[in-house]
Design a protein around this ligand. Structure first.
Ligand SMILES: [Zn+2]
Length: 174
């Protein structure tokens, strides 16, 4: 049996005892989360969330891509979320290769260049990547200025979340 078959079987079991059919579509905790797709980062578990609590937008690296922004804007403007978290994690696969290396390999194997995606958005500094993603959210003109946007790194060895401190601006004197 394939993993897909296993999951369909598990769902049949899940649906038998289902009692959440009346949940509203607006997230109860008014929370939207952008997180890496890593299989060890089970967002609901690590944050104590239940069905109906939050929007969870996931992709390789927890990148605030145009598509993640699309979801965040819909989440905020149409579904009432007012707090945003960006979650990356230690030992992320995106730290282990470079955009150009993967692109070269794919072009060699498929003999097709010039196709989407234009970027894989790899990164070499985890905390810096989180800051960059938080800044992409904050600087978007359709994300309200007063909204809380925080960046976190999940430690896959300890289960702990650590907040990424904002870079201190050099104090300008005079
Ligand atoms: Zn990752």
């Amino acid at each position: 049996m394939s993993s897909t078959d296993d999951t369909l079987k598990a769902n049949a079991e899940y649906a038998r005892g289902f009692e959440l059919g009346e949940l509203p579509k607006q997230p109860a905790k008014k929370l939207a989360i952008v997180a890496c797709m890593d299989a060890r980062l089970t967002v609901e578990h690590i944050l104590g969330l239940q069905s109906g609590d939050a929007h969870i937008i996931r992709n390789a690296g927890g990148i605030v891509s145009d598509d993640a922004l699309r979801s965040l804007i819909i989440s905020n403007h149409l579904l009432g979320t007012t707090e945003i978290l960006v979650i990356n994690h230690t030992d992320c696969g995106m730290l282990t290769f470079k955009d150009q290396d993967l692109r070269d390999k794919l072009i060699t194997e498929s003999v097709v260049d010039d196709t989407a995606p234009a970027n894989f958005n790899t990164f070499s500094d985890l905390a810096e990547n989180v800051r960059r993603q938080v800044s992409r959210v904050r600087s978007h003109p359709w994300i309200p200025k007063g909204i809380s946007v925080r960046g976190l790194i999940y430690d896959v060895k300890t289960g702990q979340l650590n907040e990424v401190a904002e870079k201190k601006e050099e104090q300008q004197v005079g």
